[in-house]
Design a protein around this ligand. Structure first.
Ligand code: BGP
Length: 466
């Protein structure tokens, strides 16, 4: 790759790579002893809820093609990559016996990455509850917290000799939103009390895993990955500001404050108390959460949240949702990714990093997801077979410029991982929007081709900037 003038240079050792998750990439959903998770089961029951009726059975076949994929990661300049372990593959009943074939698979993946000098960042839970545990209540049940602690310890003892960056959860608020508030994950309940309980248990499971990890003294770091969506008020009117503050407490600080500071945001606690929704917990839980905060924070950023004061008195008979306190605000003139329906606001990434620097002790962090899903990318394939995704390069550059600026002002941000390495299965959106550096041909056995953005990323990684 020819050297070009580097205008934005990043600190030595910056983590360049991408992230992915087990259910979205592995395939082999019913092979080699893996049991069903909620996605396998929900798809079996309601295939029509998934774009074009495509389910999680095959996804991108990482299970079979991981060697080729890791080689491609190297080829496009990765020095790190985040994957998740499939709980229902490793411990098919959710708790109990280890599936030795699964243990061997993850061991091989980790070894292959290390052989290519790609550091594995390993996440334990990425939306994929084993069905056996969901049947007994999933995150609403305290037993799941015990099962998670056991699962986490199992992973640390199997792989912790080689893996030095661990994450307990990816976007833990999303299964709560999807499963218990807004009907886009199984079990499709709309029940605020369950949502709060599930959220509390998730946080407790994080603290238990952090504690277990520290006790093992494995000489690595443990953290959590949060989707931080800055809440911007429509105006500086006090009612709009209040709406934004409450939205921030619900969707960001609910997980950020306990994970990083060990405490729950008082605005949120007040609301839960006033509305009668405090979770059930045991005497030592709060202390455990307080004493076991994370080392390293992953920040997923796609879009901001814009809000305004409520325009109408909320219907007291409607199910209780956070939107009782604010309305979404559609800002005229906003820049959109029309495929995903998400606003693109690059400065948001800088605002998050600044907030972490100013209010969260400048905790060590990295951008663990950021990316652009585009439908119908085949139309950008040129005669050499390469997808000319200049829009993705532009998207990454514009975000990286703000990351660079935040670093200049002292932010403790250590890397940038794109969502995602190769096109993968996006939950109910299945393969509608493509996010990868590498395209996956679903008709042709999952054949891979590096997109223009992948080649460009190699030069960014080589030059440590662009
Ligand atoms: C994040 C998830 C990923 C991924 C990504 C893109 O919320 O961590 O799993 O899917 O978003 O979003 P989507 O797949 O919904 O388009």
């Amino acid at each position: 790759m020819t050297e070009s003038v580097v205008q934005y240079r990043f600190p030595e050792g910056f983590w360049w790579g991408s992230s992915a998750s087990a259910t979205q990439t592995e395939g082999a959903a019913d092979r080699d002893g893996k049991s069903q998770n909620i996605w396998d089961y929900w798809y079996e029951r309601e295939p029509s809820r998934f774009f074009n009726g495509v389910g999680p059975g095959d996804t991108s076949r990482f299970y079979d093609k991981y060697k080729e994929d890791i080689r491609l990661m190297k080829e496009i300049g990765h020095n790190s990559f985040r994957l998740s372990i499939s709980w229902s593959r490793l411990i098919p009943d959710g708790t109990g016996e280890i599936n030795q074939k699964a243990a061997a698979f993850y061991q091989n993946v980790i070894d292959e990455m290390l052989a290519h000098h790609i550091e594995p960042f390993v996440n334990l839970f990425h939306f994929d509850m084993p069905l056996a545990l969901q049947r007994s209540g999933g995150w609403v049940s305290r037993n799941t917290v015990d099962a998670f602690e056991h699962y986490a310890k199992t992973c640390f003892s199997l792989f912790g000799g080689k893996v030095k960056k661990w994450f307990t959860h990816n976007e833990p608020i999303v299964p709560i939103e999807g499963g218990y508030l807004y009907d886009f994950h199984y079990p499709n309940h709309v029940n605020f009390q369950e949502a709060v309980q599930a959220g509390f248990h998730t946080l407790l499971s994080n603290a238990r895993a952090v504690k277990a990890y520290r006790e093992l003294k494995q000489d690595g770091q443990i953290g959590i990955i949060l989707n931080l969506t800055p809440s911007y008020p429509r105006s500086s009117h006090p009612e709009d500001l209040k709406a934004a503050r409450i939205a921030d407490a619900f969707f960001n600080r609910s997980f950020l404050d306990p994970a990083v500071k060990g405490e729950f945001p008082s605005e949120l606690v007040e609301i839960l108390k006033a509305e009668g929704f405090l979770p059930r917990y045991e005497k030592d839980d709060l202390r455990l959460i307080q004493e076991h905060t994370i080392d390293l924070l992953g920040v997923n950023y796609y879009q901001p949240r814009r809000v305004k004061a409520k325009e109408h008195v909320p219907n007291p008979h409607a199910p209780f949702l956070p939107e009782r306190f604010f309305d979404p605000y559609v800002m005229p003139g906003r820049k959109m990714n029309p495929h995903r329906g998400w606003e693109i606001y690059e400065k948001g990434i800088y605002d998050i990093l600044t907030n972490l620097r100013e209010h969260y002790g400048n905790i060590e962090c990295f951008i663990s997801e950021n990316g652009m899903g585009v439908e119908g990318e085949e139309r950008f394939r040129d005669e050499d077979g390469i997808i000319q995704d200049d829009y993705r390069i532009e998207f990454i550059k514009e975000h990286l410029k703000w990351v660079h600026r935040a670093i200049g002002e002292g932010s403790n941000v250590k890397g940038y991982h794109l969502w995602t390495f190769m096109d993968n299965w996006s939950w109910t959106n299945a393969y509608k929007n493509r996010y990868g550096f590498v395209s996956v041909n679903l008709e042709n056995g999952g054949g891979r081709t590096v997109k223009k953005s992948g080649r460009w990323f190699k030069s960014v990684s080589d030059q440590n900037g662009f």
